[in-house]
Design a protein around this ligand. Structure first.
Ligand code: GRF
Length: 219
């Protein structure tokens, strides 16, 4: 490691939390110079929050009751993120659309992983849509978050081939394997001070990144 203090992460989830678990393992093994300062879920039943608590990670559940104001919900999120001293916000299957003021508050300090080769298939049901479109390649993208949904600058993509006989389930399982590799890797670059998004440009190792880096899944 490079002698820097571990980068403090707030990981936001809504469901299973397999990306959060992959990130936690990479932190724990020392593969990346980061630590999970808090895992925040927007619902009590999120499977990932139970895993995080059992693993000894600090957890918070911040629900947004139906009909309640988004402002109050996001203010509670900001309080929890800042109280944990988090330096990077990691969206990992967090199923809430965040407002522009929230996103701008964390500009350059918030990442998301999306299960498609952006800019293809923004939004939901990406595996189903990739299959229906007859794509031969599919994958996942790690990007900085901007107010445009799934529209921020992409740092790294992982590709998988779409195989004959693939269904949504088999394709999504292979995409997830590659998600679990690329998300910790990108966080590790930020933790090592190698990657940043400044003045509207991604910089890696002191140079602008002209196109997303790419990783293939090799079976
Ligand atoms: C992943 O497919 C990710 O790309 C998307 O939400 C899913 C979360 O999965 N943003 P998990 O909860 O990390 O298992």
């Amino acid at each position: 490691m490079n002698g820097r203090p571990a980068l403090r992460l707030a990981v936001l989830i809504s469901g299973r939390g397999s990306n959060m678990a992959a990130i936690a393992r990479a932190c724990q093994s020392g593969e990346i110079a980061a630590q999970i300062a808090v895992v925040i879920a927007d619902r009590d039943g999120a499977a990932g929050i139970a895993w995080a608590a059992e693993s000894g990670l600090p957890t918070r559940v911040i629900p947004r009751p139906a009909g309640s104001e988004r402002e109050a919900f996001e203010a509670a999120l900001i309080d929890a993120i800042d109280a944990a001293g988090a330096e990077l916000v990691v969206l990992a299957g967090f199923m809430r659309v965040l407002s522009a003021p929230f996103v701008e508050h964390y500009a350059g300090r918030m990442l998301n992983i999306h299960p498609s080769l952006l800019p293809k298939f923004k939004g939901l049901h990406t595996h189903q849509r990739a299959l229906a479109a007859g794509e031969r390649e599919h994958g996942a993208s790690v990007h900085f978050v901007t107010p445009e949904l799934d529209g921020g600058p992409v740092v790294c993509q992982g590709r998988v081939s779409v195989l004959g006989g693939d269904d949504e389930h088999s394709l999504s399982a292979r995409v997830q394997q590659i998600e679990h590799r690329i998300y910790p890797k990108v966080i590790g670059w930020i933790a090592a001070g190698r990657l940043g998004w400044r003045d509207g440009m991604i910089q890696l190792d002191g140079r602008p990144l002209p196109a997303p880096l790419c990783e293939e899944l090799t079976p």
